[in-house]
Design a protein around this ligand. Structure first.
Ligand code: SF4
Length: 246
């Protein structure tokens, strides 16, 4: 999973400032959500019809292998990670087996993934920590997850959402871009975008919102030239640069 780039050049920043639930009064530099609650609801209703059961593209067999796959996916493609983890997870699908494998052997499996040396070290260390501190189980709180080597807030949010069904929002490069580009959740940092998305997305859609936004960003609202003519929310979108009329 890739990390957000610093800025999306054209955003809906200037448009319709003050609309929606996240609207704030004077003194706030960045605009809040540019959509009314009814519009946000409609955007996610359409995503839910388009992809009723959205799935991520990382391969895993349990919460532990999901955690490892997400750690390995930093600055790497899901396809590249899957290629390496198929053999790795056959050799070790529990923290105990992974810790026994050790850093060097883990490294041999993941050598095709960028930053593999550091990642092998993290995977070995986090496996040891899970065995030592959590009885070999992946913890179900963000607080515990982010204490594990190589695990940041985004990784913890992905695991909590996918493995445990919690309503978290892991802001990757696609979600960061969409939040700013269309003014759904403007923010300078992934944390700001995360906070705003958590405020505006209706509870009933939070279970899958993370996947819907990633897939929308990966296949439609892409970085360079978004495919607005194929977009199911084009009529609602407030991005001034969109290539279809409202
Ligand atoms: S209309 Fe274009 S810019 Fe707006 S959400 Fe759709 S793809 Fe993205």
């Amino acid at each position: 999973m890739s990390t957000p780039k610093p800025k999306d050049r054209r955003t809906a920043k200037s448009a319709m400032q003050g609309r929606g639930r996240g609207a704030t009064g004077a003194g706030r530099k960045r605009p809040a959500c540019l959509y009314t609650p009814a519009e946000v609801h409609e955007i996610f209703r359409r995503f839910s019809v388009q992809r009723p059961e959205p799935k991520g593209e990382l391969e895993y067999v349990n919460a532990f292998t999901l955690l490892v796959a997400v750690v390995l996916s930093a600055q790497a493609t899901d396809a590249g990670v899957n290629k390496a983890t198929r053999a790795l997870f056959k050799a070790a699908d529990t923290p105990e087996k992974m810790a026994a494998l050790g850093e060097e052997k883990i490294g041999a499996y993941i050598r095709t993934i960028g930053l593999w040396r550091g990642k092998a070290k993290d995977v070995a260390a986090l496996s040891e920590a899970l065995v030592r501190d959590h009885g070999g189980k992946v913890p179900e709180t963000r607080e515990d997850l982010i204490k594990l080597p190589g695990v940041g807030r985004k990784t913890a949010n992905v695991v909590l959402n996918i493995a445990f069904g919690q309503h978290t929002m892991a802001v990757d490069t696609h979600i960061f871009r969409i939040g700013n580009r269309i003014g759904l959740a403007p923010g300078k940092t992934p944390e700001e975008v995360e906070k705003r998305l958590m405020e505006v997305i209706p509870e009933e859609y939070m279970r899958h919102a993370h996947h819907w936004l990633i897939l929308h960003g990966r296949y439609t609202c892409i970085a360079r030239k978004p495919l607005c003519e194929k977009c199911i929310v084009a009529d609602l979108c407030n991005w001034p640069g969109k290539s279809v009329a409202a």
